[in-house]
Design a protein around this ligand. Structure first.
Ligand SMILES: Nc1nc2c(ncn2[C@@H]2O[C@H](COP(=O)(O)OP(=O)(O)OP(=O)(O)O)[C@@H](O)[C@H]2O)c(=O)[nH]1
Ligand SMILES: [Mg+2]
Length: 229
C-alpha cells in the first residue's frame, strides 16, 4: 500500500501457471469484454485505475500486474512481487497441476518475494465453463482457501458478466485493507510509477539461465506434468 498524496495505492498481482487465463481475467476486468485470442504473456503488463471499495466506499488506486506463467519469464516476473498488497492466485478447474501449484509454487513465491507476510490472497478457479472437464471438486478449492485465509471465486473469463466476480472480490479485499489502515511495510517509491489508463510493457531482460533457445522447449514446458503431485 502506498499513498501518493491522495488515493491509497494497492499493488495487485495476477499469478499462476501458464494458460490458466490470467491475461483473460485481467482483460475481462479491465475492459468488461472477453479477450480475443490472448497470447502468452512475456513481459509483465501493468494497468492502473481507480476503484471504489466496498464499505467504507473509499477510492483506491489499483496497480494491476499481469505476469507470465512460463518458466522462462519468471525471472523477470519476480521483480514485480515486492510489496504486493493483493495476489490473485489463478488456476484452471480443468488442470489439476495448476491447482496443486498454487500451494507448491505460487503461494510460496508470493510470500517469499513480496517480502511481506500480510499479502491478501484470492484464489481464482478459472475456466468454470469447462465444468465437464473439472478435475477437482469445488469444495476442495473452498476448503483449501478457507484453510489458508484466502477468498475464493470460481469464474470463467469467457463469460462477460463474470468481471463482476473479480470486481466484487477486489473491492471487498481493498475495503479490508482500508479498514486495517493500509500496510506499514511499503512506501511510495516501492511502487512503480504508472500512468492511469496506460498499459506498460516492460522489455524482458535476456536471462541466460531461463532463456529457452527454441519453441519446442516452450511447448515442453507447457505440457510438463507436475512432478510433485
Ligand atoms: N474455455 C475457457 N478458456 C479460457 C478461459 N480463460 C482463458 N481461456 C483460454 O485459455 C488460453 C490461455 O489464456 P491466457 O489468458 O493467455 O492465459 P495466461 O494465464 O495469461 O497464460 P500465460 O500468459 O502464458 O501465463 C487462451 O486460449 C484463452 O482464450 C476460460 O475461462 N474458459
Ligand atoms: Mg498471460
Amino acid at each position: 500500500m502506498a499513498s501518493a498524496g491522495g488515493a491509497m495505492q494497492l499493488k495487485v498481482l495476477f499469478v499462476g501457471d501458464v494458460d490458466v487465463g490470467k491475461t483473460s481475467i485481467f482483460e475481462l476486468y479491465r475492459t468488461h469484454e472477453v479477450a480475443k485470442s490472448p497470447k502468452h504473456t512475456m513481459d509483465p503488463v501493468i494497468k492502473s485505475f481507480n476503484i471504489v471499495t466496498m464499505t467504507p466506499h473509499t477510492t483506491v488506486e489499483l496497480h494491476l500486474y499481469d505476469t507470465a506463467g512460463q518458466e522462462r519469464h519468471k525471472t523477470l516476473t519476480r521483480q514485480f512481487y515486492r510489496n504486493a498488497d493483493i495476489a490473485l492466485l489463478v488456476f484452471s478447474i480443468d488442470d489439476g497441476d495448476s491447482f496443486h501449484h498454487i500451494e507448491q509454487v505460487w503461494k510460496q513465491e508470493v510470500l517469499k518475494r513480496s517480502e511481506k507476510d500480510d499479502v491478501k490472497m484470492i484464489l481464482i478457479g478459472n475456466k468454470a465453463d469447462l465444468y465437464e472437464e473439472r478435475v477437482n471438486d469445488i469444495s476442495t478449492s473452498e476448503q483449501y482457501a478457507r484453510r489458508h485465509g484466502m477468498k475464493f471465486i470460481e469464474m470463467s473469463a469467457i463469460r462477460k458478466d463474470d468481471y463482476q466476480k473479480v470486481d466484487s472480490v477486489l473491492r471487498e479485499t481493498a475495503a479490508e485493507i482500508v479498514h486495517q489502515g493500509g500496510r506499514s511495510s511499503s512506501t511510495n517509491e516501492e511502487h512503480r510509477p504508472v500512468q492511469r489508463d496506460e498499459v506498460i510493457h516492460i522489455e524482458p531482460v535476456p536471462n541466460p539461465i531461463h532463456a529457452a533457445p527454441n519453441e519446442p522447449q516452450q511447448e515442453q514446458q507447457k505440457n510438463k506434468r507436475c512432478k510433485l503431485c
